[in-house]
Design a protein around this ligand. Sequence first.
Ligand code: 5GP
Length: 203
Amino acid sequence: MNDLGKLFVISAPSGAGKTSLCNELLKTYGNLEYSISYTTREPRADEVDGKDYFFVSEKVFRKMIENDEFIEWAEVHGNFYGTPKKFIEDKLKSGVNILLDIDPQGARQLRKRLNFGIYVFVIAPSIKELEERLRKRRSESEEKLRLRLENARKEVQFYKDYDYIIINKNFEKAFNELNAIYIAEHLRSKDVKKIEDIVNLEV
Ligand code: 5GP
């Protein structure tokens, strides 16, 4: 039987640079896959259905909740977002590591529900910097941008729910930190069942 894959859960207020960090990690490791969430949010100009998200109507989303198809779901910035349960279960069982990019409400639900997972929180060094990044991105209307900033202020209070915190002031440094977490989590002694399987003890 395969060893179970590891579940990396990353959360960050919008604009903290989480997407670039996740993409870099995914490029670096072949045995790491991104879990594509379902959302009722409208796609942004550069987003592709089935790659960034599965974009669905609220009716479809509610039906999926009813059918217990999400391992977690939450309402974030006025839209619904959810992680497909079967995808996660199948991948982890086949030994693939999974990267989830979900909000703090979703991370909290998962922590309660599962007794495994590595939880990483990424934050920008200040709300001011967050605002500058969001403005540069130009993906939101003024009203939605304000809502995201307001939510960011609330979301940082959730930091205690996470195992690790990365302050993303500089991309390279932040990525090195994320990479260090990924590597260290693969060196945990608790994940080794029998030392003989990894070390030749013959003298
Ligand atoms: P965005 O609209 O900027 O793509 O994402 C908004 C927020 O929703 C981000 O904090 C992102 O992490 C979160 N999010 C994306 N997918 C999921 C999901 O499946 N579940 C939960 N709980 N949050 C999600």
